[in-house]
Design a protein around this ligand. Structure first.
Ligand code: FE2
Length: 243
């Protein structure tokens, strides 16, 4: 218990947890650079009680080599290696930038958060609202895909009006856990707390790019009772999503 009625995360917060957003697939984006560092992180997360992880490498025009078949092959090779040292169940999805390549990824078939399912993790530029985002999302929703907006609290341009408008369109929201720790600045903390209290999030993910940053910021999280209850609801949603 800390001042202002705020609490740190409970000791057993990660017991049985499923992470739906992380960059542990090594050497494919700005996440973990090597297999060794990634396996080390997996072992540490297993000690915390994590049971399942969905790897979500970036698919965007900045990473032209990241396409479905190539990433699937890298994931299968990594998964075989990870199984030698760790019992965490691994799944593969992707984090799709809503950019000029988005509809190409749509055509080749999305890697979804729910295996064989329809939940697609999408992100936008942090700084500016780019034209055509809602049209692209509309197109995939017409094909029965469910968009899950990654870390809406991080978008500088986003305000209450946008958050409610997107929710009215049935977009789902994924909170970055470390947004609550101040990792992305005070605006992101305020937005994350607001969206949590409003009950607007559907899932929570680590968006982990490196273990040390994650472990450094995790103890900084302080939440009131209502936010903690919401967070526990999201953890349960994660489990239901991935199965
Ligand atoms: Fe990410």
């Amino acid at each position: 218990m800390f001042g202002l009625g705020r609490h740190s995360l409970p000791e057993d917060f990660f017991r049985g947890a499923c992470d739906v957003h992380c960059h542990l697939l090594p050497g494919v984006d700005d996440g973990f650079p090597t297999v060794e560092k990634s396996l080390h992180a997996l072992k540490k997360l297993e000690q915390r009680g994590v049971k399942k992880m969905v790897f979500t490498p970036h698919f965007m025009k900045d990473y032209p080599d990241n396409h479905r078949e190539a990433i699937m092959a890298k994931f299968e090779a990594y998964k075989a290696e990870a199984a030698q040292v760790c019992g965490i169940e691994l799944h593969l999805a992707a984090e799709y930038m809503l950019d000029a390549c988005f509809l190409d990824h749509f055509k080749e078939g999305f890697l979804t958060l729910d295996k064989g399912g329809n939940h697609v993790l999408c992100e936008t530029s942090y700084m500016m609202y780019e034209h055509g985002i809602t049209e692209m999302i509309y197109e995939i929703m017409c094909a029965e895909y469910q968009p899950v907006i990654a870390h809406p609290e991080r978008y500088e341009y986003a305000n209450r009006e946008i958050y409610f408008r997107w929710k009215d369109k049935d977009y789902q929201y994924q909170l970055n856990l470390l947004s609550l720790a101040g990792t992305y600045g005070s605006n992101a903390v305020a937005k994350a707390r607001y969206l949590l209290k409003e009950g607007m999030y559907d899932y929570v993910g680590s968006d982990m790019h490196g273990l040390s940053n994650f472990e450094h910021f995790l103890p900084e999280i302080r939440l009131d009772k209502k936010c903690l209850e919401q967070l526990e609801r999201l953890i349960e949603n994660n489990k239901r999503l991935v199965g």
